[in-house]
Design a protein around this ligand. Structure first.
Ligand code: FES
Ligand SMILES: [Fe+2]
Length: 340
């Protein structure tokens, strides 16, 4: 399966707090970008290449709300229009002097960039769930080695949790056969675990000290969101939503927003949950690094799957169709039994 470039999609370029007075360089799908705030404080993204002599614009700085190139001082606004060519006596603005511009939206505390330049976007960026004040919210960003589609599968893959994260989430010893409903639509794929007992590891004990049955749904939302939802009665609710940015073939950036309601005051939740979440993410990063290295060494993927690899193959089919610009695969629903 070749690497996929997805046109007409929104990805997170940076946390909104990272973007202040200086331009910053970011890469999405191997495309170098410069991000900055214009005179009105609006976030903007241009191709990180000056139209004049191709110096990276991210090496420049802001002057009067315009991004000034560090070589000859051309200045660009947030729409990529060349506003100043120092020493030029005629009008600076010409179409050929425009910098390539990527639509940009600041939303949910993130700066989102559209993957196709110089167009009106066909859709809006993903919106993170809105929760009330009983929830604690933990935001973390980490880098995973390898391709986005492998990181997406990993985030929604249940069978690895008893092994790679043994004891933290599930344990390999105490396992129950349960039914999983798998649904694919044009906009994503879900796996719903029916009648799953509370996970026996540390995370399960934190979520529900008294045990019980959980409602558990894993969701892939096109093109870059992995969401894991656990409900334990009325008291506990976990929503772990991760938006992923395909930086390059060897790097995927994860933007995780964990929203959690527990039967304890919400201020106690983050100190309890953050170290566990970070440990799980580090274990995932290590295994994805080994996977990426092996794929590279053997010159490509050669995967085999079983029916309990419930979401990976659907994620890959949806992404492949979006990369082609072709039609989404037909809706799909089936049930499998899995030991969890
Ligand atoms: S290279 Fe940017 S102004 Fe000349
Ligand atoms: Fe994992």
């Amino acid at each position: 399966m070749p690497n996929l470039r997805l046109p007409h999609q929104w990805f997170i370029a940076c946390d909104a707090t990272e973007l202040r007075r200086r331009p910053i360089a970011r890469t999405i799908q191997d495309t170098p970008l410069v991000l900055f705030r214009d005179g009105a404080g609006r976030a903007a993204a241009l191709l990180d290449r000056c139209p004049h002599r191709n110096v990276p614009l991210s090496a420049g700085h802001m002057v009067d709300g315009l991004l000034q190139c560090s070589y000859h001082g051309w200045r660009f606004d947030g729409a990529g229009v060349c506003r100043v060519v120092p020493a030029l006596t005629s009008e600076p603005d010409r179409k050929a002097r425009h910098a390539t511009t990527f639509p940009t939206v600041e939303q949910d505390g993130f700066v989102w960039v559209y993957s196709t330049p110089d167009v009106t976007p066909l859709r809006q960026p993903y919106r993170f769930p809105a929760v009330d004040r009983r929830y604690a919210t933990i935001r973390r960003s980490v880098t995973m080695p390898g391709l986005m589609r492998h990181a997406l599968e990993n985030a929604l893959d249940v069978p690895h949790t008893a092994f790679l994260h043994g004891g933290l989430f599930r344990t390999a010893a105490r396992r129950h056969a349960i039914e999983v409903r798998v649904t694919r639509t044009a906009s994503g794929a879900d796996a719903e675990y029916v009648g799953e007992p509370r996970p026996s590891g540390l995370v399960g004990r934190v979520l529900s000290p008294g045990g019980g049955v959980v409602e558990h749904v894993d969701r892939f939302i096109m093109p870059c969101v992995a969401q894991v939802e656990y409900c334990l009665g009325d008291a506990s609710h976990l929503l772990n939503t991760t938006a992923m940015t395909p930086v390059s073939e060897s790097e995927t950036r994860l933007w995780a927003v964990i929203q959690l309601r527990l039967p304890v005051p919400s201020r106690l939740v983050a100190p309890l949950v953050t170290p566990i979440a970070m440990r799980i993410l580090r274990q995932d990063a290590a295994i994805l690094g080994l996977q990426a290295k092996a794929i590279r060494r053997f010159g490509g993927e050669d995967f085999t799957s079983t029916e309990i690899d419930v979401l990976g193959p659907h994620i890959w089919r949806l992404l492949a169709a979006a990369a082609d610009g072709g039609e989404a695969p037909a809706p799909f629903e089936h049930r499998v039994t899995m030991r969890v």
